[in-house]
Ligand binder design. Structure first.
Ligand code: RNT
Ligand code: ZN
Length: 415
């Protein structure tokens, strides 16, 4: 009997159908961020990354052209099981023949190459207006700026992005999640907290007044507790963003698990929000001490978030996107480790005897619950994971890293 067959029996004895779990997982799309490949730079500006986020490290070989980024992304996803989407930022517009337009004027045609890329690979597309790394970010502010010209520019950018998101959804046939995040905030104690938030609210409302099909475009607002250089105040705080989404039809809350106080966990917030919102969105990352956007690993909180999505039976209600950027290691490997870790967490969640465990809780058999939850941790997960990789036609653990190193030697180091 194969290792998988052996393992399958063990899970079946607990009431878990591992074949069904793998089939289901194959169809749950995970959105992969393009920005791991080039340290969140994009193609529409020469300046540095701003907005209270930072990449550190200068590992050689980063992508600097659309062709390079596409090639690296292809290499990465060849090692990633499961259904995938490509998550783009507006700053990844591709201008051709010397054309250039500012962010308030971008159009679907500036993303036609990405659409072609996505369609050839059967990927859905997600989108993000880029409210950072730009000279029209005035005094660190965009949508909450007291300067009307600045605010208007960024509103127009948001509207342009709604139109592009609609185009993505129409072209791919898959809904496009459009996430609004800005780094707007203050380093030190502000004299006015409500003014910026009222302007932020009105700006997002104006963006969302752009016509779009609610089944095709899923606008989100992403909250954040602080950023680098904006430690004392952010306009889009947790309460602001959550309430905005709750009071604006069609707008989803987006929780990034690096954006809360260190002892808060997004795993606990997922079921809380699912009690009220038909759909929610996530940025899956790994915070280390502060919002550091480290590569996602198969760690406790990652597993706990996956568990919540699965046991709330919410794979169809939660838009899952990865969001991290590490410039200190091989970027292709960083992508692969993050995607595989999240897939692993989802697979583990799906092969956990969730119903049995819930019953123990409801019957107040809490000692037994603790014992069973600990025993589950030692199940032969690796054998299920190997089988899942094989069924998805991607390399098993231990069989992809050498290929990435070969790609580094043959391609990345020659740049
Ligand atoms: C920043 C937010 C945001 C960005 C991307 C690049 O803290 O998490 O989602 O990481 O838009
Ligand atoms: Zn994020």
């Amino acid at each position: 009997m194969s290792r998988y067959e052996e393992a399958k029996k063990k899970f079946a004895a607990l009431g878990v159908d591992t074949d069904a779990a793998m089939e289901r997982l194959k169809t749950a799309p995970v959105s992969i961020h393009c920005w791991q490949g080039d340290d969140v730079i994009g193609f529409d500006h020469d300046g540095p990354l701003t907005g209270g986020i930072q990449t550190t490290g200068n590992y050689p070989g980063k992508a600097t052209t659309p062709e390079q980024l596409m090639s690296d992304f292809d290499k990465a996803i060849s090692f990633c099981p499961g259904a995938k989407k490509l998550n783009l930022h507006a700053c990844y517009a591709i201008f051709e023949d010397g054309e250039f337009v500012d962010r308030d004027k971008i159009e679907p045609k500036h993303f036609a190459k990405w659409v072609e890329f996505a369609k050839e690979r059967g990927l859905g597309l997600d989108f993000n207006p880029t409210f950072f790394s730009h000279d029209k970010v005035k005094d660190g502010l965009t949508l909450s700026s007291p300067d009307e010209e600045t605010r208007k520019f960024w509103i127009e950018h948001g509207k342009a992005c709604i139109r592009i998101s609609q185009y993505f959804a129409e072209e791919t046939g898959v809904p496009c999640v459009m996430n609004i995040w800005t780094g707007d905030g203050y380093k030190d104690i502000p004299a006015d907290r409500m003014g910026p938030r009222m302007r932020y609210k009105e700006s997002i409302e104006e963006i969302l007044s752009e016509p779009y099909d609610k089944d095709k475009v899923k606008p989100c607002v992403e909250s954040k507790v602080f950023g680098i250089g904006v430690e004392s105040f952010t306009a889009g705080s947790a309460e602001f963003s959550l309430t905005f989404a709750a009071t604006h039809d069609g707008c989803l809350p987006l929780m990034d698990n690096g954006h809360y106080h260190p002892t808060e966990v997004v795993s606990d917030k997922i079921p809380a929000l699912l009690c009220f919102f038909p759909e929610i969105a996530l940025h899956i990352t790994r915070g280390v001490r502060w919002d550091s956007d480290h590569v996602v690993l198969y760690d406790d909180e990652t597993r706990e978030m996956a568990k919540e999505i699965v046991r709330c039976d919410a794979l169809d209600r939660v838009y899952m996107a990865l969001d991290y950027f590490d410039a200190s290691i091989n970027r292709v490997a960083a992508w692969v480790v993050g995607v595989r870790s999240w897939q692993r967490a989802l697979l583990t969640a799906m092969c956990t005897p969730n119903e049995t465990l819930k019953k123990l809780q409801d019957e107040n058999r809490l000692t037994e619950l603790m014992v069973k939850q600990e025993e589950v941790k030692m199940l032969p997960w690796g054998d299920i994971w190997d089988e899942y990789c094989a069924r998805c036609g991607v390399a098993k653990d231990g069989e992809w890293f050498d290929e990435v190193m070969k790609y580094e030697k043959d391609v990345l180091l020659k740049r």
